[in-house]
Design a protein around this ligand. Structure first.
Ligand SMILES: Cc1cc2nc3c(=O)[nH]c(=O)nc-3n(C[C@H](O)[C@H](O)[C@H](O)COP(=O)(O)OP(=O)(O)OC[C@H]3O[C@@H](n4cnc5c(N)ncnc54)[C@H](O)[C@@H]3O)c2cc1C
Length: 320
């Protein structure tokens, strides 16, 4: 069963649409006859990739210079939806996605459901799935409102997959004056330095937790990750302790990862950590406590001391 049209709030930069935008597009395509994308930015530059992932139309506002995205995006989207009604608007659970969806919900006086990991159409209504209680239960909510269903989804909830279609049609959209809030300007941006494989899309992730004992021991995790061509991650315990930056945190309040291989070193497997990595294809856990919950999701468990097991792995990899 499907609905007529789902509009994806697309996020794109000079390197193209974000991975999350393509994931949402895959879901929109599955659930609706027509999947469209609304890009606050240079939608034309992203049109061929968006088209290849199944978008029929890309609405493009052009670049928003030095202004607060959510304010202008919500006002412009509201006007757009007035003349181009859709069944649902999908947003990524990102800072701009959250800001825009919240403002749009108020402007349209429609409900918005955040933090979802799945969606289906039942009896013509969008039903979204949201994990609660640290990911131990899932709540399914059906939209029953008259008007577009506004839903936000976590990264990696759907798999991005090209359809092989041609470029999407690009339709320019004029910005709408959002009123007084529009005078806010962005005074600075901090772009975090990134090198090597990134947590979000690495094929292999090696994460460390409190079982490492001390911050210096995280170097072993980094070294093992380097030898495996992996990204390094962390539990919240060692992020909160200031051993590693928040950008490395995996879990409910960190990143959701779904690599081919996830190696958890000295991580107990609290539910809040598991929701961020249990979708990994193969999970390897190293923990000295045979009763640690992480072994409940592990495909391969090594009961042992990280200070012995990781150096032995590093040595074995170097010897290859
Ligand atoms: C609202 C909320 C949100 C949260 N969000 C997140 C989140 O996003 N991500 C997250 O990770 N956590 C999150 N947490 C915290 C979570 O509940 C746990 O406290 C945290 O995951 C524990 O981290 P840890 O496994 O590194 O530490 P611990 O739970 O202390 O586990 C350490 C493990 O290391 C093992 N160990 C000790 N020494 C060794 C050794 N020498 N060799 C091998 N193993 C050893 C121990 O047996 C133990 O299993 C959240 C909590 C709340 C309340």
């Amino acid at each position: 069963m499907s609905v007529e049209t789902i509009l994806v709030f697309g996020e794109a930069d000079e390197s193209g649409p974000s991975g999350l935008t393509l994931e949402l597009l895959a879901a929109a395509r599955d659930l609706a006859t027509k999947a469209e994308v609304f890009v606050v930015g240079d939608g034309a530059a992203a049109a061929s990739e968006l088209g290849a992932h199944g978008a029929s139309t890309v609405y493009s506002t052009g670049v928003l210079d030095g202004k607060l995205m959510g304010v202008h995006a919500a006002a412009t989207l509201q006007a757009h939806l007035d003349s181009n009604p859709v069944d649902a608007v999908f947003f990524g659970q990102t800072p701009d996605g959250r800001d825009t969806a919240a403002r749009l919900a108020v402007r349209l006086d429609q409900p918005v459901i955040t933090n979802n990991v799945g969606a289906v159409i039942e009896d013509g209504a969008l039903v979204v799935e949201e994990p609660v209680f640290g990911g131990t239960q899932n709540v399914f909510t059906a939209f029953r409102n008259e008007g577009p269903s506004l839903a936000l989804f976590r990264p990696k909830s759907f798999e991005a997959e090209p359809t092989g279609s041609g470029a999407a049609e690009v339709v320019p959209v004029d910005f709408v004056d959002p009123g007084a809030a529009g005078s806010a300007t962005v005074t600075g941006r901090h772009i975090e330095e990134r090198s090597g494989p990134q947590l979000d899309d690495a094929e292999v992730v090696v994460s460390g937790g409190r079982g490492l004992g001390q911050p210096e021991a995280y170097e072993m995790v980094d070294e093992l990750a380097g030898l495996l061509g992996a990204a390094s991650g962390a539990s919240r315990a060692i992020v909160d302790a200031g051993w590693v930056p928040y950008a490395k945190q995996v879990g409910q309040t960190g990143k959701v990862v779904k690599p081919n291989v996830y190696v958890a070193c000295g991580i107990s497997g609290a539910t809040q950590h598991l929701v961020g990595m249990k979708g990994s294809k193969n999970i390897i856990a190293i923990n000295k406590d045979p009763e640690a919950p992480i072994f409940g999701v592990a495909d391969l468990g090594i009961v042992g001391d990280v200070h012995k097991v990781i150096p032995a792995l590093i040595e074995a990899l170097k010897a290859r």
